[in-house]
Design a protein around this ligand. Structure first.
Ligand code: ZN
Length: 324
């Protein structure tokens, strides 16, 4: 099967746990992807909220350098994609098409920094993690600060450089400022689920409150659909449903909800592999074909399944890469 995944934390976990991308017990390895036909994977370098400024930049540089070395050591199986030629080469030669991304905007601040990151291959920036940073408010933002001046400068740079802005983890205030600000960069929600599904399926708890803030409400989903964006379904147990009801059936509920809002060309997968607690039904890359078979059993057509698992994301990325 073909698989295009908008988010994983495998790069950081390889660094922190000293694991090999080729083969390991992480959710994603090149070995686990061996049975996939076309495979494209966004690899995020996650910036912990404790790191800001130079520390955040240094951490990104260290993790990304080591990860690119891992890619180079496995060049018969994976290719870092900086442009459309790279992507087409990777796909036609049966390699994993890898895209490098930053999760946490502290590592992209400062004059000239985004240009250097673009040259390195960074295609997407998740603007915040859970807390506020130099750019603006994360989903835990209590102060409702919106975008800072530096945040607005970063958004203009993303637009100028045609780098994707990722709204997963972003506060609602920043989300709307981004949509209402007239910025031209491509926008996606790389790994976010639907808060209205959670509201109807999860028992009340402190953890549910965080999960709701971290998820997208229907108004946000409709805006993303109208912008011809992507929403990657996140496999994190607490974002999908109640404990135990957070496997295939829960993924199906979230996809159904996005489809009910008109998102057939928008819904995709952003697994969050190696970044969260995932139900054993789908906690590694080699279980993705089982999820596809489950959804086929629910009556999804081959063409809809192709859209969800590959085509929607591939079409979006080809379009971004065509624009440089
Ligand atoms: Zn994340």
């Amino acid at each position: 099967m073909n698989y295009f995944d908008l988010h994983c934390d495998t790069a950081g976990e390889c660094f922190l746990q000293k694991k090999q991308l080729a083969d390991s017990d992480l959710n994603i390895s090149l070995c686990k992807g061996g049975k996939l036909d076309k495979w494209a994977q966004l690899f995020a370098v996650w910036i912990p909220d404790e790191l800001r400024g130079k520390e955040a930049c240094d951490y990104f540089d260290k993790v990304s350098l080591e990860f690119i070395e891992q890619i180079n050591r496995n060049s018969s199986k994976i290719k870092l994609c900086k442009d459309l030629n790279d992507f087409n080469d990777a796909v036609s030669s049966g390699k994993c098409a890898a895209f490098l991304t930053v999760e946490g905007g502290s590592a992209v601040c400062g004059e000239g920094r985004l240009e250097r990151l673009k040259a390195l291959g960074v295609k997407l920036v998740t603007l915040t993690w859970n807390m506020n940073n130099e750019i603006g408010g994360g989903c835990q933002d209590e102060e409702k600060i919106g975008f800072t001046d530096e945040g607005k400068r970063v958004l203009k740079e993303l637009s100028r450089l045609n780098i994707i802005a990722d709204v997963s983890h972003l506060s609602k205030k920043c989300f709307y400022e981004l949509f209402e600000g007239g910025y031209s960069m491509p926008v996606i929600a790389s790994h976010s689920d639907c808060s209205s599904v959670l509201l109807s399926t999860r028992a009340e708890s402190e953890d549910r409150e965080f999960s709701l803030r971290r998820s997208l409400d229907d108004e946000q989903i409709k805006l993303l659909i109208a912008r011809k964006s992507l929403i990657g379904i996140n496999f994190c147990r607490s974002f999908l449903g109640d404990y135990g009801d957070d496997g295939f059936e829960a993924v199906y509920r979230h996809i159904e909800h996005i489809l009910s809002l008109g998102g057939e060309d928008c819904v995709a997968v952003g697994s969050d592999f190696d970044g969260c607690d995932i139900n054993p039904e789908l906690d590694s890359l080699d279980k993705i074909p089982d999820l596809r078979a489950f959804l086929a059993g629910k009556g999804y057509s081959d063409s809809l399944l192709e859209k969800i698992f590959y085509d929607n994301a591939a079409n979006f990325f080809i379009n971004v890469l065509q624009n440089g």
